[in-house]
Design a protein around this ligand. Structure first.
Ligand SMILES: C[S@@+](CC[C@H](N)C(=O)[O-])C[C@H]1O[C@@H](n2cnc3c(N)ncnc32)[C@H](O)[C@@H]1O
Length: 232
């Protein structure tokens, strides 16, 4: 029987780290790494406490997760990034400023969410400048799809917050359409000042887009209390 091919939101590029980054990686990866497990993780066991849990998907070079974790020692952070050199850059920041409230997966976020992240455990999810896959024939690779939002819905706490940002207008329209079809999320009114929502610094991809004159589309959603969610 023909196997169905999994459509991924990334293309795995095998890149070697330079000797300096490789050394930092070898030294720090054991402290910060998380691996794929068959059971859902216990954030309490991992961080040794109960604290708000923030997940960043596609954390790139890690500037955002690093600065937020440094600013908020009272919160715990998990980053997921498939591209190893990005992780090495995050580890380089952690080498200079060690933090106990960060853990990292170098895996596909879909697998991590499905298998490892505990249901209804996340206070906030950040997906900042996901790959836009601009060609029409590649749109199926975009991370934000109905099935993926259902997965996020299962992992967020009730009233948990989801922030997605893109500088690609066509992707922004797609994101809007996906969430319009999901009644379990309500869009937050970003025109009103929402305390602490906009505290992140510009990411590397955000800066790249700005230098090309791109506009930003920043989406904020909250998970509504619903019967179907309570039942899961
Ligand atoms: C356009 S970059 C944005 C990186 C960063 N958030 C920023 O704004 O600078 C998208 C990142 O998502 C990562 N990525 C894409 N799909 C992923 C997946 N399924 N699991 C984990 N990482 C993924 C890519 O490797 C890439 O680093």
């Amino acid at each position: 029987m023909k196997q169905l091919k999994t459509i991924r939101s990334f293309i795995k590029r095998q890149r070697h780290l330079g000797p300096t980054k490789q050394k930092i990686f070898d030294e720090l990866w054991p402290k910060y790494s998380m691996g794929i497990t068959t059971d859902q993780i216990s954030p309490k066991k991992i961080f040794g406490r109960s604290a708000p849990l923030i997940l960043e998907i596609g954390c790139g070079n890690g500037e955002t997760i690093f600065s937020l974790a440094q600013k908020h020692p009272e919160q715990d952070f998990i980053g997921i990034e498939i591209h190893k050199p990005g992780i090495a850059s995050l580890l380089a920041q952690l080498k200079n400023n060690p933090l106990n409230n960060i853990r990292i997966y170098n895996e596909d976020a879909v697998i991590v969410l499905k298998q490892c992240i505990s249901d209804h455990s996340l206070d906030k999810v950040l997906i900042l400048f996901p790959d836009p896959w601009p060609k029409k024939r590649h749109h199926k690779r975009r991370l934000i799809q109905s099935k993926f939002t259902e997965l996020l819905q299962k992992k967020l706490k009730l009233h948990g917050i989801l922030n997605i940002a893109t500088d690609w207008e066509d992707y922004a329209n797609h994101i809007m359409a996906v969430f319009q079809n999901n009644p379990n999320f309500s869009a937050l009114d970003t025109l009103k000042p929402l305390p602490l929502l906009h505290e992140r610094a510009p990411t590397r991809f955000e800066q790249k887009g700005k230098s090309k004159g791109h506009d930003n589309f920043d989406f904020w959603f909250a998970l509504k209390e619903t019967m179907s969610l309570q039942a899961t």
